[in-house]
Design a protein around this ligand. Sequence first.
Ligand code: ADE
Ligand code: ZN
Length: 340
Amino acid sequence: MESTTLKTIIQGIPKAELHLHIEGSFEPELMFEIANRNNIKLDYDSIDSLKKAYKFNNLQEFLDIYYTGAKVLIHEQDFFDLTWAYLTKVHSQNLVHVEVFFDPQTHTDRGIAFEVVINGIHKALEKAKQELNISYKLIMSYLRHLSEEAAFKTLESSLPFKHWIDGVGLDSSEMGNPPSKFVRVFEASAKQGYKLVAHAGEEGPADYIWEALDLLHVVRIDHGNRCLDDEALVQRLVENKIPLTLCPLSNVELKVIQKMEEHPLVNMLQKGLLATIHSDDPAYFGGYMNENYYETAKALKLNIEQLMQLAINAFEASWLSPEAKENHIAQVRSYFNSLD
Ligand code: ADE
Ligand code: ZN
Protein backbone atom coordinates (compact mmCIF):
# COMPACT_ATOMS: atom_id res chain seq x y z
CA MET A 1 0.00 0.00 0.00
CA GLU A 2 1.21 3.53 -0.82
CA SER A 3 2.21 5.40 2.32
CA THR A 4 -0.12 8.32 1.54
CA THR A 5 -3.03 5.90 1.05
CA LEU A 6 -2.23 4.15 4.31
CA LYS A 7 -2.01 7.48 6.16
CA THR A 8 -5.33 8.63 4.71
CA ILE A 9 -7.04 5.38 5.67
CA ILE A 10 -5.70 5.56 9.23
CA GLN A 11 -6.71 9.20 9.59
CA GLY A 12 -10.30 8.33 8.69
CA ILE A 13 -10.74 5.47 11.17
CA PRO A 14 -12.86 6.47 14.19
CA LYS A 15 -10.48 5.60 17.01
CA ALA A 16 -10.37 5.05 20.77
CA GLU A 17 -7.29 5.61 22.93
CA LEU A 18 -7.08 3.56 26.13
CA HIS A 19 -3.47 3.95 27.19
CA LEU A 20 -2.35 7.55 27.46
CA HIS A 21 -0.56 9.28 30.32
CA ILE A 22 -1.64 12.92 30.24
CA GLU A 23 1.78 13.97 31.61
CA GLY A 24 3.30 12.12 28.65
CA SER A 25 1.45 14.32 26.19
CA PHE A 26 3.36 17.39 27.43
CA GLU A 27 4.92 18.82 24.26
CA PRO A 28 8.19 20.76 24.70
CA GLU A 29 6.65 23.95 23.25
CA LEU A 30 3.88 23.97 25.87
CA MET A 31 6.35 22.95 28.59
CA PHE A 32 8.48 26.03 27.88
CA GLU A 33 5.40 28.26 27.73
CA ILE A 34 4.12 27.06 31.11
CA ALA A 35 7.62 27.11 32.67
CA ASN A 36 7.99 30.75 31.58
CA ARG A 37 4.69 31.89 32.99
CA ASN A 38 5.40 30.07 36.27
CA ASN A 39 8.93 31.51 36.45
CA ILE A 40 10.50 28.07 36.47
CA LYS A 41 13.82 27.48 34.76
CA LEU A 42 14.07 24.22 32.85
CA ASP A 43 17.38 22.33 32.71
CA TYR A 44 17.44 22.91 28.93
CA ASP A 45 17.90 26.29 27.30
CA SER A 46 15.81 25.61 24.20
CA ILE A 47 13.06 23.41 22.85
CA ASP A 48 15.60 21.76 20.55
CA SER A 49 18.03 20.88 23.32
CA LEU A 50 15.16 19.43 25.36
CA LYS A 51 14.03 17.33 22.39
CA LYS A 52 17.59 16.08 21.92
CA ALA A 53 17.47 14.63 25.43
CA TYR A 54 14.63 12.33 24.40
CA LYS A 55 16.80 9.27 23.84
CA PHE A 56 16.16 6.41 26.19
CA ASN A 57 17.77 3.03 26.80
CA ASN A 58 15.03 1.79 29.10
CA LEU A 59 11.87 2.77 31.00
CA GLN A 60 13.73 4.37 33.92
CA GLU A 61 15.72 6.78 31.73
CA PHE A 62 12.44 7.96 30.25
CA LEU A 63 10.69 8.25 33.62
CA ASP A 64 13.47 10.45 35.00
CA ILE A 65 12.89 13.02 32.24
CA TYR A 66 9.09 12.63 32.31
CA TYR A 67 8.88 13.41 36.05
CA THR A 68 11.22 16.39 35.62
CA GLY A 69 9.06 17.83 32.83
CA ALA A 70 5.92 17.55 34.96
CA LYS A 71 7.45 19.81 37.63
CA VAL A 72 6.42 22.97 35.77
CA LEU A 73 2.73 22.13 36.22
CA ILE A 74 1.56 24.20 39.17
CA HIS A 75 -1.86 25.77 38.62
CA GLU A 76 -5.24 24.39 37.59
CA GLN A 77 -4.85 26.29 34.31
CA ASP A 78 -1.62 24.38 33.59
CA PHE A 79 -3.38 21.03 33.93
CA PHE A 80 -6.24 22.32 31.84
CA ASP A 81 -3.91 23.54 29.08
CA LEU A 82 -1.98 20.25 29.07
CA THR A 83 -5.16 18.20 28.75
CA TRP A 84 -6.82 20.51 26.26
CA ALA A 85 -3.73 20.44 24.01
CA TYR A 86 -3.90 16.63 23.95
CA LEU A 87 -7.63 16.59 23.25
CA THR A 88 -7.50 19.07 20.36
CA LYS A 89 -4.56 17.17 18.88
CA VAL A 90 -6.34 13.82 18.97
CA HIS A 91 -9.57 15.36 17.72
CA SER A 92 -7.61 16.24 14.59
CA GLN A 93 -6.68 12.53 14.35
CA ASN A 94 -10.32 11.43 14.52
CA LEU A 95 -10.29 10.03 18.05
CA VAL A 96 -13.83 9.78 19.39
CA HIS A 97 -13.17 8.21 22.78
CA VAL A 98 -10.26 8.48 25.24
CA GLU A 99 -9.42 6.80 28.55
CA VAL A 100 -6.77 8.99 30.14
CA PHE A 101 -4.31 8.20 32.92
CA PHE A 102 -3.09 10.82 35.34
CA ASP A 103 -0.40 10.37 38.02
CA PRO A 104 -1.59 12.37 41.08
CA GLN A 105 1.50 11.54 43.16
CA THR A 106 3.81 13.17 40.62
CA HIS A 107 2.13 16.41 41.62
CA THR A 108 0.95 15.95 45.21
CA ASP A 109 4.51 14.96 46.22
CA ARG A 110 5.57 18.46 45.04
CA GLY A 111 2.93 20.13 47.18
CA ILE A 112 0.29 20.57 44.47
CA ALA A 113 -3.18 19.81 45.80
CA PHE A 114 -5.03 16.81 44.34
CA GLU A 115 -7.97 19.06 43.54
CA VAL A 116 -5.84 21.48 41.50
CA VAL A 117 -4.70 18.59 39.31
CA ILE A 118 -8.06 16.95 38.84
CA ASN A 119 -10.04 20.17 38.39
CA GLY A 120 -7.85 21.22 35.45
CA ILE A 121 -7.93 17.81 33.80
CA HIS A 122 -11.65 17.34 34.36
CA LYS A 123 -12.56 20.76 32.95
CA ALA A 124 -10.68 20.06 29.74
CA LEU A 125 -12.25 16.59 29.38
CA GLU A 126 -15.73 18.06 29.85
CA LYS A 127 -15.04 20.82 27.33
CA ALA A 128 -13.91 18.19 24.80
CA LYS A 129 -17.07 16.20 25.42
CA GLN A 130 -19.22 19.27 24.76
CA GLU A 131 -17.28 20.90 21.95
CA LEU A 132 -15.39 18.07 20.22
CA ASN A 133 -17.81 15.21 20.84
CA ILE A 134 -15.05 13.12 22.45
CA SER A 135 -16.28 10.80 25.21
CA TYR A 136 -13.89 10.00 28.02
CA LYS A 137 -12.99 8.03 31.12
CA LEU A 138 -10.40 9.10 33.68
CA ILE A 139 -7.97 6.68 35.35
CA MET A 140 -5.89 7.55 38.39
CA SER A 141 -2.56 5.72 38.39
CA TYR A 142 -0.62 4.77 41.49
CA LEU A 143 3.15 5.13 41.17
CA ARG A 144 4.57 1.68 41.84
CA HIS A 145 8.05 2.88 42.86
CA LEU A 146 6.35 4.47 45.89
CA SER A 147 4.85 2.54 48.83
CA GLU A 148 1.43 0.99 49.13
CA GLU A 149 0.84 3.37 52.02
CA ALA A 150 1.40 6.33 49.68
CA ALA A 151 -1.08 4.79 47.23
CA PHE A 152 -3.61 4.51 50.08
CA LYS A 153 -3.16 8.24 50.79
CA THR A 154 -3.81 8.96 47.13
CA LEU A 155 -6.93 6.81 47.17
CA GLU A 156 -8.12 8.80 50.19
CA SER A 157 -7.48 12.13 48.44
CA SER A 158 -9.42 10.97 45.40
CA LEU A 159 -12.63 10.18 47.26
CA PRO A 160 -14.20 13.67 47.09
CA PHE A 161 -13.77 13.41 43.30
CA LYS A 162 -14.86 9.79 42.99
CA HIS A 163 -17.66 10.69 40.57
CA TRP A 164 -15.07 12.00 38.09
CA ILE A 165 -12.78 8.97 38.25
CA ASP A 166 -13.58 5.69 36.53
CA GLY A 167 -10.67 3.51 37.49
CA VAL A 168 -7.22 3.11 38.97
CA GLY A 169 -4.01 1.94 37.31
CA LEU A 170 -0.43 1.12 38.25
CA ASP A 171 2.51 2.67 36.43
CA SER A 172 6.14 3.87 36.77
CA SER A 173 9.23 1.67 37.37
CA GLU A 174 8.10 -1.90 36.86
CA MET A 175 11.13 -4.04 37.73
CA GLY A 176 11.25 -4.77 41.45
CA ASN A 177 7.79 -3.30 42.00
CA PRO A 178 5.45 -6.22 41.31
CA PRO A 179 1.66 -5.96 41.42
CA SER A 180 1.70 -8.02 44.66
CA LYS A 181 2.99 -4.88 46.44
CA PHE A 182 -0.41 -3.22 45.87
CA VAL A 183 -2.95 -5.95 46.63
CA ARG A 184 -4.67 -4.17 49.51
CA VAL A 185 -4.92 -0.77 47.87
CA PHE A 186 -6.38 -2.30 44.71
CA GLU A 187 -8.91 -4.18 46.83
CA ALA A 188 -9.83 -0.94 48.61
CA SER A 189 -10.06 0.89 45.27
CA ALA A 190 -12.45 -1.74 43.90
CA LYS A 191 -14.60 -1.29 47.03
CA GLN A 192 -14.90 2.39 46.11
CA GLY A 193 -16.28 1.39 42.72
CA TYR A 194 -13.11 2.00 40.70
CA LYS A 195 -12.32 -0.30 37.78
CA LEU A 196 -8.83 -1.78 37.84
CA VAL A 197 -5.98 -1.89 35.33
CA ALA A 198 -2.21 -2.22 35.69
CA HIS A 199 0.92 -1.87 33.60
CA ALA A 200 2.49 -5.32 33.53
CA GLY A 201 4.91 -7.20 31.33
CA GLU A 202 6.36 -4.08 29.69
CA GLU A 203 9.87 -4.68 31.08
CA GLY A 204 8.79 -7.00 33.85
CA PRO A 205 8.26 -10.76 33.51
CA ALA A 206 5.13 -12.75 32.65
CA ASP A 207 4.78 -13.46 36.38
CA TYR A 208 3.84 -9.82 36.92
CA ILE A 209 0.96 -10.25 34.47
CA TRP A 210 -0.25 -13.31 36.42
CA GLU A 211 -0.08 -11.24 39.61
CA ALA A 212 -2.03 -8.37 38.03
CA LEU A 213 -4.74 -10.86 37.03
CA ASP A 214 -4.84 -13.13 40.08
CA LEU A 215 -3.91 -10.76 42.90
CA LEU A 216 -5.10 -7.35 41.70
CA HIS A 217 -8.02 -8.62 39.57
CA VAL A 218 -7.48 -6.11 36.78
CA VAL A 219 -9.79 -5.98 33.77
CA ARG A 220 -7.07 -4.87 31.32
CA ILE A 221 -3.31 -5.19 31.12
CA ASP A 222 -1.36 -2.14 29.97
CA HIS A 223 1.40 -3.34 27.60
CA GLY A 224 1.60 -7.04 28.47
CA ASN A 225 4.23 -7.76 25.80
CA ARG A 226 5.92 -10.39 27.93
CA CYS A 227 2.81 -12.62 28.07
CA LEU A 228 4.22 -14.35 25.01
CA ASP A 229 6.88 -15.97 27.21
CA ASP A 230 4.17 -18.09 28.86
CA GLU A 231 1.72 -20.13 26.79
CA ALA A 232 -0.60 -20.83 29.76
CA LEU A 233 -0.82 -17.09 30.40
CA VAL A 234 -1.71 -16.42 26.77
CA GLN A 235 -4.51 -19.00 27.06
CA ARG A 236 -5.78 -17.30 30.20
CA LEU A 237 -5.78 -13.86 28.54
CA VAL A 238 -7.55 -15.21 25.46
CA GLU A 239 -10.17 -17.17 27.40
CA ASN A 240 -10.98 -14.26 29.70
CA LYS A 241 -10.82 -11.73 26.83
CA ILE A 242 -8.42 -9.55 28.82
CA PRO A 243 -7.35 -6.65 26.61
CA LEU A 244 -3.68 -5.75 26.16
CA THR A 245 -3.21 -2.03 25.51
CA LEU A 246 -0.06 -2.05 23.39
CA CYS A 247 2.05 1.00 22.65
CA PRO A 248 4.32 0.21 19.69
CA LEU A 249 6.28 3.48 19.39
CA SER A 250 6.83 3.45 23.15
CA ASN A 251 8.16 -0.11 22.91
CA VAL A 252 10.73 0.93 20.30
CA GLU A 253 11.75 4.13 22.13
CA LEU A 254 12.15 2.33 25.49
CA LYS A 255 13.97 -0.61 23.87
CA VAL A 256 11.33 -3.13 24.88
CA ILE A 257 11.92 -4.22 21.27
CA GLN A 258 14.88 -3.32 19.08
CA LYS A 259 12.90 -2.28 16.03
CA MET A 260 9.26 -2.04 14.97
CA GLU A 261 9.59 -5.04 12.64
CA GLU A 262 10.02 -7.17 15.79
CA HIS A 263 6.78 -6.01 17.38
CA PRO A 264 4.70 -9.02 18.56
CA LEU A 265 1.34 -7.46 17.59
CA VAL A 266 0.56 -9.78 14.66
CA ASN A 267 1.58 -12.83 16.64
CA MET A 268 -0.74 -11.68 19.42
CA LEU A 269 -3.68 -11.16 17.07
CA GLN A 270 -3.10 -14.61 15.57
CA LYS A 271 -3.21 -16.15 19.03
CA GLY A 272 -6.61 -14.53 19.58
CA LEU A 273 -5.44 -11.92 22.09
CA LEU A 274 -7.52 -8.75 22.36
CA ALA A 275 -4.63 -6.45 21.39
CA THR A 276 -5.11 -2.73 20.87
CA ILE A 277 -2.81 0.12 19.79
CA HIS A 278 -2.21 3.32 21.79
CA SER A 279 0.33 6.07 22.26
CA ASP A 280 1.41 5.93 25.96
CA ASP A 281 3.47 9.16 26.09
CA PRO A 282 3.14 10.70 22.62
CA ALA A 283 5.17 13.86 23.28
CA TYR A 284 8.18 11.71 24.18
CA PHE A 285 7.91 8.80 21.77
CA GLY A 286 7.43 10.51 18.42
CA GLY A 287 3.76 10.11 17.77
CA TYR A 288 0.10 10.05 18.69
CA MET A 289 -2.42 7.38 17.67
CA ASN A 290 -2.16 7.87 13.90
CA GLU A 291 1.64 7.62 13.98
CA ASN A 292 1.44 4.49 16.12
CA TYR A 293 -1.00 2.89 13.68
CA TYR A 294 1.05 4.01 10.70
CA GLU A 295 4.50 2.88 11.89
CA THR A 296 3.09 -0.45 13.06
CA ALA A 297 1.12 -1.05 9.85
CA LYS A 298 4.13 -0.19 7.71
CA ALA A 299 6.66 -2.31 9.60
CA LEU A 300 4.38 -5.32 10.10
CA LYS A 301 2.62 -4.98 6.73
CA LEU A 302 -0.79 -5.01 8.36
CA ASN A 303 -3.69 -5.57 5.98
CA ILE A 304 -7.03 -3.77 5.96
CA GLU A 305 -8.74 -6.51 8.01
CA GLN A 306 -6.08 -6.24 10.71
CA LEU A 307 -6.43 -2.46 10.84
CA MET A 308 -10.18 -2.82 11.21
CA GLN A 309 -9.74 -5.49 13.90
CA LEU A 310 -7.44 -3.20 15.89
CA ALA A 311 -9.89 -0.31 15.73
CA ILE A 312 -12.78 -2.56 16.80
CA ASN A 313 -10.71 -4.15 19.59
CA ALA A 314 -10.12 -0.73 21.16
CA PHE A 315 -13.86 -0.06 21.44
CA GLU A 316 -14.43 -3.64 22.66
CA ALA A 317 -11.75 -3.11 25.34
CA SER A 318 -13.07 0.29 26.40
CA TRP A 319 -15.29 1.08 29.36
CA LEU A 320 -18.06 2.47 27.19
CA SER A 321 -21.59 1.10 27.63
CA PRO A 322 -22.56 -1.89 25.45
CA GLU A 323 -24.75 0.42 23.32
CA ALA A 324 -21.98 2.97 22.79
CA LYS A 325 -19.52 0.20 21.92
CA GLU A 326 -21.90 -1.25 19.39
CA ASN A 327 -22.46 2.16 17.88
CA HIS A 328 -18.77 2.92 17.47
CA ILE A 329 -18.01 -0.53 16.12
CA ALA A 330 -20.77 -0.10 13.53
CA GLN A 331 -19.15 3.20 12.51
CA VAL A 332 -15.78 1.50 12.13
CA ARG A 333 -17.29 -1.25 9.97
CA SER A 334 -19.17 1.22 7.83
CA TYR A 335 -15.98 3.27 7.37
CA PHE A 336 -14.04 0.24 6.17
CA ASN A 337 -16.92 -0.84 3.92
CA SER A 338 -16.88 2.60 2.33
CA LEU A 339 -13.24 2.12 1.30
CA ASP A 340 -13.89 -0.49 -1.41
N1 ADE B 1 4.42 6.22 33.04
C1 ADE B 1 4.31 6.86 31.88
N2 ADE B 1 4.59 6.04 30.87
C2 ADE B 1 4.87 4.84 31.39
C3 ADE B 1 5.21 3.58 30.87
N3 ADE B 1 5.35 3.36 29.56
N4 ADE B 1 5.46 2.56 31.72
C4 ADE B 1 5.35 2.75 33.03
N5 ADE B 1 5.01 3.92 33.58
C5 ADE B 1 4.77 4.95 32.77
ZN1 ZN C 1 1.87 3.52 30.00
